[in-house]
Design a protein around this ligand. Structure first.
Ligand code: SF4
Ligand code: SF4
Length: 86
């Protein structure tokens, strides 16, 4: 049985987010410029850039997103909004 709060690095995707998340990021794909900064900065590694109509767009895996808001804060064109999560 694991004790304490210290976990190994690079294990974020081993741990699904529980029901405690209060907000989730919603991306306006139409206005996204595909810079991929959100995917590079997400501390959980749960944003993947995918090709939609030959353009790179982010896809967020909400099973692992912790709702920290970093992606929304750093998006250069502010197209990610943090919405309440129920
Ligand atoms: S809110 Fe945080 S954990 Fe969720 S996708 Fe954005 S940066 Fe990643
Ligand atoms: S940081 Fe913003 S503009 Fe860049 S890929 Fe993410 S959502 Fe799109």
């Amino acid at each position: 049985m694991k004790k304490g709060l210290i976990i190994k690095p690079n294990t974020a995707l081993d741990n699904k987010t529980g029901a405690w998340r209060t907000h989730r990021p919603i991306t306006n794909q139409d206005k996204c410029i595909g810079c991929s900064l959100c995917a590079k900065l997400c501390p959980e590694g749960c944003i993947e850039m995918i090709s939609i109509n030959n353009k790179q767009k982010p896809r967020t895996d909400y099973d692992y997103c912790k709702g920290c808001g970093l992606c929304a804060k750093e998006c250069p064109v502010k197209v990610i909004a943090m919405k309440e999560d129920y």
